[in-house]
Design a protein around this ligand. Sequence first.
Ligand code: 5AD
Ligand code: SF4
Length: 435
Amino acid sequence: MTPKTFKIKNFGCQMNVYDGERMSELLAARGMSATAEADDADLVVLNTCHIREKAAEKAYSDVGRLRREDGSKPLIALAGCVAQAEGAEAQRRSPMIDIVVGPQAYHRLPEMVDAAVGGNRPVDTDMPTISKFEAFPARRKANPSAFLTIQEGCDKFCTYCVVPYTRGAEVSRPWDAIVAEARSLVDAGACEIVLLGQNVNAWSDGKHGLADLIRALAGIDGLERIRYTTSHPADMSDDLIAVHGEVDKLMPYLHLPVQSGSDHILKAMNRSHSTETYLRIMDKMRAARPDIALSGDFIVGFPGETEADFQATLNIVDEVGYAAAYSFKYSARPGTPAATMEKQIPTEIMEDRLARLHERIEAHQLAFNAGKVGQNTQILIERMGRHAGQMIGRSPWLQSVHVATDAGPGDIIDATLVAAGPRSMTGAILQKVAA
Ligand code: 5AD
Ligand code: SF4
């Protein structure tokens, strides 16, 4: 039976959220409608993540959970990075999976659904040279803060990372396609656009870089805020740093993963920067935009990491004074060089280091947030809070702010930040300025 309803479940990064939106639009264009719950859908798409073992394993337990009480199951499509990494092997491991579609092939999902309905078990993990983006319908609905993929893939080959294998080589979308999509997102209700790429600051069309693109997008009426993520230190050009001091719509926030504070670990990770070059970038960012909120990612327990290496990581956290940071236990990924390195670190040591790193990061987050108490600023309202009359929005520094207001999603309100926690803040409203 041809499916009439679908549910897409996204895991992993923001790019998967974007991909999930595009798949949803493709299926809607065929007359299918989305359901709130997977249980009610004829087709369930699991848009998976392969970055760490736990995320990848989750894909399979989630497939198993799609079996219904009466023994039936929906049509199941495994999409995203697990699909890319495992291909047809995924169907051998879990025969419930009907369709396997990688992140560069999902524009073909509708035909694959037809094939599956016809009794086939299609697998598509191609990385076509013709961009999938051309195959999508125009954007018609957008969140107040909308994602826009401008670059995909990675050529950096950090020794721990699956992304170069699951997302392929670095590819930049053309300038005109990006500007057109940004315009349609704004027409569809977005007032903030978050430019996405695995190495977003590597974006280039041969003539322009990300800084030029940001300057151009800032000219779009109705677009109030621009952000971009995730950047690589090797592509942090002086022009991009400078644009933070020039373009008001570019929010004062930079997510720049460093992964470790130890130079010999950075070398073993094949990061193309040292702690010194990284810190110099952060200094330049602060010079260009003194109030910038700095963010990063860390991996603890990379093979060979000693207590002294870990101490160096704690030191760089102190030195940067992160407004936010994300930390992960190293996870050995099949096919990556680090997986077969000597001196893999025992789990207990990783857990101990992760807890200590969390504590240190949280102290800095709290300090950053506390430093903003008393500040008047603008909050982009995104969604309802848990209590009646309470809304949740974002400050320019990407802090999650709880505020009692009758403003709705997409409104930007003037507010004073009145109280700080390590992960969120409370705001008090001054007045509504834009709708
Ligand atoms: N193990 C643990 N964390 C990882 N990351 C990437 N690969 C791994 C891995 N094998 C982390 C990095 C990256 C973030 C998205 O995930 O910190 O910046
Ligand atoms: Fe996960 Fe990386 Fe794929 Fe995003 S690109 S879904 S983080 S493996």
